[in-house]
Ligand binder design. Structure first.
Ligand code: SF4
Ligand code: SF4
Length: 296
């Protein structure tokens, strides 16, 4: 079983549209949407949820109003301004302290300093993850709560579950829609993968983003392919990116021409190949052939 991860230096390069098209072209694959901060592969693959699970990426403090004696030690010690005096009263005080779950960073300091053990420290539910059916196969995906962190942990969980399903269902390939950027979720997306495909655009910032994410991937010793999306919009920059890739041991596996079909396909929840047989679909198929060849 092989695992390929599609990433980009930033969002909006067409990465997810390409993953959706690959999903339609792959014969025996499981799909993992690891772009958990902006998961949108579901928009095209229209998953039907079979299982849903809570995700806990850490712990948070919460004050038990009945026990709080209002000493204020927790507010004094919290470096994140998460504690305020606006809780319900009890037999001892007219108002108790409360902790804002969004501001709480789970450092546990208040728990240690509370003189009457009035602060619980429990698993926080940061989001949900799902196992779903799509018209192309099984998909594992997630929804992270607003302003929630620990997406790297969630990405690792999704990849692990996708691997289990692929092994159980005897699938040959896991296609991962990775997180954009170069942060912790991207590292969690590519660690231990068999192939990374970087999607970029022929702009100065596209080239810069490619360089950053390629540097990151190089540190993991994973074979890297590059796709230049909308390559015909700036042929000179596309050539410059190709030169850079060639010079850094990365093969340009595909040049995709600009075509509104990508957007139109997304509107009707179709892949670009389902939407049109035009030349852009042939570009995507050629890219897919190169990717599968590289995967062996
Ligand atoms: S430290 Fe404990 S008792 Fe004191 S205000 Fe905070 S929760 Fe209440
Ligand atoms: S766990 Fe840390 S961040 Fe959260 S309320 Fe207590 S002291 Fe503040």
């Amino acid at each position: 079983m092989k695992e390929m991860v599609v990433i980009s230096g930033k969002g909006g390069t067409g990465k997810t549209s390409l993953v959706a098209a690959f999903a339609g072209l792959a014969k025996k694959a499981v799909f993992a949407d690891c772009d958990v901060d902006a998961a949108d592969l579901y928009l095209v693959l229209e998953p039907k949820t079979k299982q849903s699970h809570d995700f806990s990426g850490g712990k948070r403090a919460a004050i038990i109003a009945e026990k709080c004696i209002g000493c204020g030690k927790c507010r004094e010690m919290c470096r994140f301004d998460a504690v305020s005096l606006d809780g319900q009263g009890n037999d001892v005080v007219g108002k108790t302290f409360t902790i804002d779950p969004v501001s709480c960073e789970g450092c546990k300091v208040c728990v240690e300093f509370c003189p009457v053990e009035a602060i619980e420290f429990k698993d926080a539910i940061n989001g949900q993850w799902f196992i779903s059916d799509t018209r192309f196969g099984t998909m594992v995906h997630a929804k992270l709560g607003i302003a929630e962190e620990n997406s790297g942990k969630l990405v690792s969980l999704i990849r692990r579950e996708a691997k289990i399903i692929a092994a159980d269902d005897k699938k040959d390939l896991i296609i991962v829609d990775g997180s954009p950027g170069i942060g912790c979720p991207v590292i969690a997306s590519i660690t231990g993968a068999d192939l990374v495909l970087i999607v970029t655009e022929p702009t100065l910032s596209g080239r810069h983003d490619l360089e950053r994410v390629a540097d990151l991937a190089a540190g993991f010793n994973i074979p890297v392919l590059v796709c230049i999306n909308k390559s015909d919009l700036n042929p000179d920059m596309a050539s410059s990116i190709k030169e850079y890739a060639d010079g850094h041991g990365m093969k340009v596996a595909g040049m995709i021409r600009y075509d509104e079909a990508f957007t139109k396909a997304q509107i009707i929840k179709a892949t670009v190949i389902e939407y049109t047989g035009a030349a852009v679909s042939e570009d995507v198929k050629a890219l897919w052939r190169n990717v599968t060849y590289a995967l062996g």
